[in-house]
Design a protein around this ligand. Structure first.
Ligand code: 4AD
Ligand code: MG
Length: 478
């Protein structure tokens, strides 16, 4: 008999059909004569109800059917008596595939805190919440490829191990085959990287952008979608040491084209979630309102589906960094000294400032452009004012910065000058500078932090809860 997935059974199953499922027990309850077993196989947030008459099955077998155990069940689909579902399965044959000791199995059918589940990250996929999150994460990854494929962008695989620090922020994890305590030394007593695997210092990539530009300046439009690594020691709900980034890079796009693409792209993904992930969204939305039910009304967040629809229907506000600083300086929290970090032309905006602009002032997503050049990377196109660069950050409710990008400096002369000012050795970047030597054109790109976006669509408050195996300072268990 062919095995069916629970999602298919609940959507298309007809009364009277003989059916086989393989899944894990979520709950078991019942009376003397009949047992109700809720099964889940990961294909949907919903469980399939199994009805097993006590007299038909071995007493020992029934006793071993506990939360977490794996079963194969054969039977007939019957009309469901309750539970809001069309069908349930009247069991004829039950095979215990793997038992789970109820005294030891940590994921019991009760409310576990997210913190407890983080400590049991190896088993947390088995909860409704994490099932929904990881199905949605998958759907969003699929939608990203769909979007770019349909627009004629090529998926370019940029290196994980590289010799460049694309962002120039120095937050790199070194890659070396040396014994860290005993590296071969040069005559000056420094580690002799000429003897290392690659013959030079290398690190895990912080961004695929620079290599992405090489692709875009020949293939036209490319995107990367891969893991990136940053050794920033920030223990926040929005930072990971290993996160995934989507970086489109487009020849002949200026900053306006770049912003248009970012807005269309984000809206496509939100539309996709609303059209394809309804059950999981509903579940996660309810989870959120449950979590916030004791908060005063004005502090509760908007319903998840409503929030997505709201962003989908809004036109993102586009203002310059300089305008944003003016707004912040005229704001109530600034005047009442409620911001923790300073606001002045030239400072990098903190998430409290970004969220004020989005959540309180404009009440919709905001794209900030033309940041001071001193707080942005060397490759951004310089404006004529000699003070700002053609940067853009997309700011979202709940998240703050979700996208960072820019138009790129296409002039060899200006780029070399800026690198010199920032002490970036031109001889190590000869391959990058060659793109400006030969057939240089206007081009732009951006990076979307995948986990921050998944946080937004699932409503999850902590970035550790939207990646399967979070890597954060002092934590990399498996
Ligand atoms: O703003 P960032 O640093 O930009 C770049 O890396 C550019 N090279 C992108 C480009 O133009 N191609 O990072 C881009 C995005 C941020 O807006 C944020 O969403 C996410 O990546 N991000 C992080 N997400 C999780 N943990 C971290 N430590 C992150 N750092 C950045
Ligand atoms: Mg940034």
């Amino acid at each position: 008999m062919v095995r069916l997935k629970i999602k298919d059974i609940l959507q298309n199953g007809k009364t009277g059909e003989k059916t086989l499922v393989k899944a894990w027990v979520r709950t078991k309850r019942g009376s003397k004569n009949v047992n109700f077993i809720a099964l889940n196989d990961g294909s949907t947030i919903h469980n399939l109800q199994i009805v097993a008459d006590t007299e038909k099955f071995d007493e020992h077998l029934l006793r071993e059917i506990n939360t977490g155990a794996a079963l194969a069940v054969e039977g007939l689909l019957t009309e469901s008596q309750g539970s809001g579902q069309n069908v349930e399965l009247a069991a004829e044959k039950i095979e215990l595939l793997g038992k789970a000791d109820p005294e030891k199995y940590p994921i019991q059918p009760k409310k576990h805190t997210l913190e407890f589940l983080r400590e049991n990250a190896h088993l947390r996929f088995r909860t409704n919440t994490f099932g929904a999150v990881f199905r949605m994460r998958h759907a969003m990854a699929f939608a990203i490829h769909n979007y770019f494929n349909q627009k004629g962008f090529y998926y370019l695989h940029t290196p994980i191990i590289t010799a460049s620090d694309a962002e120039g922020a120095g937050q790199m994890f070194r890659v070396s085959t040396f014994d860290p305590l005993n590296p071969p030394l040069t005559e000056e007593g420094k580690p002799d990287y000429s003897k290392d695997f690659f013959g030079r210092p290398t690190n895990l990539t912080v961004s695929g952008q620079l290599e992405g530009e090489l692709g875009a300046l020949a293939l036209g439009e490319i995107y990367t979608f891969g893991p990136t690594f940053r050794a920033e020691n920030s223990n926040t709900t929005r930072h990971l040491a290993e996160f995934w980034m989507i970086e489109p890079e487009m020849a002949f796009y200026d900053l306006k084209d770049n912003m248009d693409l970012a807005e269309e792209f984000l809206k496509y993904l939100i539309r996709y979630a609303l059209d394809n992930c309804r059950d999981d969204l509903q579940f996660l939305g309810n989870r959120l309102s449950q979590e916030e039910k004791n908060k005063p009304k004005e502090q509760r967040s908007m319903d998840l589906v409503e929030k997505l629809e709201f962003v989908l229907n809004s036109e993102f506000v586009r203002i310059t960094y300089t305008e944003a600083i003016d707004i912040l300086k005229n704001s109530k929290p600034y005047k009442k000294k409620k911001f923790q970090f300073p606001v002045d032309w030239g400072v990098d905006l903190q998430s409290e400032h970004e969220r004020y602009l989005v959540e309180k002032h404009f009440k919709c997503p905001v794209i900030l452009t033309d940041y001071p050049k001193a707080i942005k990377a060397f490759y951004m196109k310089q404006n004529d004012d000699d003070k700002t660069v053609r940067a853009m950050d997309v700011l979202f409710p709940q998240i703050g910065e979700i996208i960072g990008g820019s138009q790129r400096e296409e002039s060899l002369e200006k780029l070399e000058k800026r690198m010199d000012e920032m002490n970036i050795p031109a001889e190590e970047m000869w391959w990058y500078l060659d793109t400006r030597r030969y057939g240089s054109v206007v081009h732009s790109g951006f990076g979307l932090g995948f986990e921050r976006f998944v946080q937004f669509v699932t409503g999850m408050g902590n970035i550790r809860d939207v990646i399967a195996f979070p890597r954060t300072p002092k934590s990399a268990e498996f």
